[in-house]
Design a protein. Structure first.
Length: 95
């Protein structure tokens, strides 16, 4: 996974996190090729304004939200909760 800058790799990893799921900053750093760079992932997410990068899906290793540059932690938690509801809804059967 060593193509592109670390920031590009981080954004690519985060784009792959499915709706309703999360990864820690540490997990994202490891997948992006630099296991000890969790703080760098945090800074990359803090400075991300690309809507194609769902940075609200990246949380702290202890399960806490961490920061969110688009409205704060409450907005981040609500977005994750809404996604979880969307993916866990039972599918309607067609008659």
């Amino acid at each position: 996974m060593k193509k592109g800058t670390f920031a590009e790799r981080v954004r690519d990893v985060v784009r792959q996190i499915p709706k309703g799921e999360t990864k820690s900053y540490k997990e994202v750093a490891a997948v992006a090729g630099s296991a000890g760079a969790a703080r760098a992932v945090g800074m990359i997410m803090k400075n991300n304004y690309d809507p194609s990068v769902p940075c609200h899906r990246v949380i702290r290793s202890d399960g806490k939200m961490g920061g969110y540059n688009r409205g704060g932690i409450d907005v981040k938690a609500k977005m994750l909760a809404d996604e979880l509801k969307q993916v866990s809804k039972p599918k309607k059967r067609e008659a």
